[in-house]
Design a protein around this ligand. Sequence first.
Ligand code: MN3
Length: 206
Amino acid sequence: MKFELPKLPYEYNALEPHIDAKTMEVHHSKHHNGYTDKFNAAIEGKSQFDNAQAEDILRHLDNVPEEIRTAVRNNGGGYVNHKMFWTVMAPGKGGEPSGELKTAIEKSFGSFQEFKEKFSNAAKTQFGSGWAWLVINNGQLEIMTTSNQDSPLSQNKTPILCIDVWEHAYYLKYQNKRPDYVDAFWNVVNWEEVGRRFKETGSQNY
Ligand code: MN3
């Protein structure tokens, strides 16, 4: 196997009560595992991907052979998106960003509260399955959504925060109430990790 399902950096029940253990277990061991297997199956035997990072494959979807491009877009996207999602959450987190990221969010959105409302709204109103993102686009912070498992990387944007709004991410606990799940998500956002990602890619622009 080329790409491996990453271990969660915490236990399945660690994000309770905001995200329940059963959802985390199914989401990681079934859904994320499924994307990982299908991604590996899609690129099997394609030696041009032997030393490639999954993120780089998504950055250059045009270079992926047409007959596997859709499979790579969907399952490679699912692989990479979830890998990031697990790291931007952690138990006992939430609160607000600090340092350079805080300054950048205030500069871009007016205040942390305004950012939070705008991001929540994007997540709550994304029609059907998809993701909401905070990305760096040409040095600027932006909120965006994608459908299915599409990655901002494929649009030359670098994600630093994301929320999965597929029903499988919340249905067991929240049923049809996606807004409640989005509101609960703020209690588990790992701002240290988001700040680290920001520093890595975009902080020089602020
Ligand atoms: Mn998911």
